[in-house]
Design a protein around this ligand. Sequence first.
Ligand SMILES: Cc1cc2nc3c(=O)[nH]c(=O)nc-3n(C[C@H](O)[C@H](O)[C@H](O)COP(=O)(O)OP(=O)(O)OC[C@H]3O[C@@H](n4cnc5c(N)ncnc54)[C@H](O)[C@@H]3O)c2cc1C
Length: 373
Amino acid sequence: MKELVLVGGGHSHVEVLRRFALDPVRGARVTLVSPTRYTPYSGMLPGLVAGHYAFGDAHIDLESLARFAKAAFVCDAVVALDPGSKRLRLQSGREVAYDLASIDIGSTPLRAGITGSEHAIAVKPVEDFLARLDRLEARAREERLAGVAVIGGGAAGIEILLALQHRLARNARPVAFSVVADTPTVLPGHRPRVRRIFARVLAERGVTVYAGAGARRIDRSGVETADGTRIAADAVVLATGAAPAAWPREAGLAVDARGFIRVGETLETLSHAGVFAAGDVASMENHPRPKSGVYAVRQGPPLAANLRAAAEGRPLSRFVPQRGALALISTGDTYAVATRGPLVLEGAWVWRWKDHIDRKFMARYDVARRDRE
Ligand SMILES: Cc1cc2nc3c(=O)[nH]c(=O)nc-3n(C[C@H](O)[C@H](O)[C@H](O)COP(=O)(O)OP(=O)(O)OC[C@H]3O[C@@H](n4cnc5c(N)ncnc54)[C@H](O)[C@@H]3O)c2cc1C
């Protein structure tokens, strides 16, 4: 029997577990290590922040999913990997031996170049973010919150800003919102039409946009940008690009220039046979893609197939990720913008469509519901 350890219950691993539940893997004992029992689904995160979804709507119960897959569930975080002895060290000090390991631990916002980033509320880890939002909401209710600045002008930053503004609008005193982007415009990776729609929405909602100079310093009174502009804010939300955990690099796994684990088309690491990686933490050689949940989800089936093949001693298969993906970006209320290639659509119906897609996705991993049916 091989020991197969899944590190992190990210978007790829939930699909691996679901597939192992439906078709048990022979020749391996499976263990999932996750610091939390519930893992958030990224697509519903803005809706959760805005108050359109409850916690349970937007989280997958990993312990139940693991039980369904006959996998052991260890509620802990991996802090180190020793490829020599094939052991993982957990935060509690416990060690777990592996023959095969797969890493799907996501990413956290980039802090490089920003001093005082510890004063900001980072959007990941999501469990910490949600807890801090509750405290922020309490401050708004007590009228102790006048301004919020969001650092990061990508889709995640804009969606979270609009969602947070929607949530706090329930409180009496209006809160001033601003966004800081180190790119010439917000949503730089998107088509001009998408940028025009969001410029309109941000203007309608009174959001001040500081583009062209990133945040250089965060302190208790707000943000200072690289060109010396000072933005007063009682709370600063960090939604910058993705950064990886340090321990995979420290373990000696081959990583790219930013520290993400280099994997080939089999999703096996380039440096260590039997160690796989997927999702944000992985960097596919020759197939760079944005750090987005869509790509992590798509890696689930080929990762499951290759972990099964490795456990059974069969050759691994190759996988090439799709080039583009449909992006559905919400505007805080129940309205959204859909974009793929030249196609750009907006409306309340786009939100309903997104809601339908997201709920359908979540239903796949709802073991309790499966038991009821
Ligand atoms: C605000 C926001 C909104 C977003 N909206 C979208 C969207 O609408 N669509 C989209 O496609 N993408 C979106 N993204 C991007 C998306 O969140 C990520 O690309 C996606 O979550 C990556 O999935 P993953 O499987 O790599 O990791 P994750 O889904 O982040 O999961 C990682 C898991 O690993 C666990 N973990 C972390 N460290 C350890 C450790 N040391 N040991 C064990 N377990 C660990 C975590 O607890 C977590 O459960 C958004 C991102 C943000 C910040």
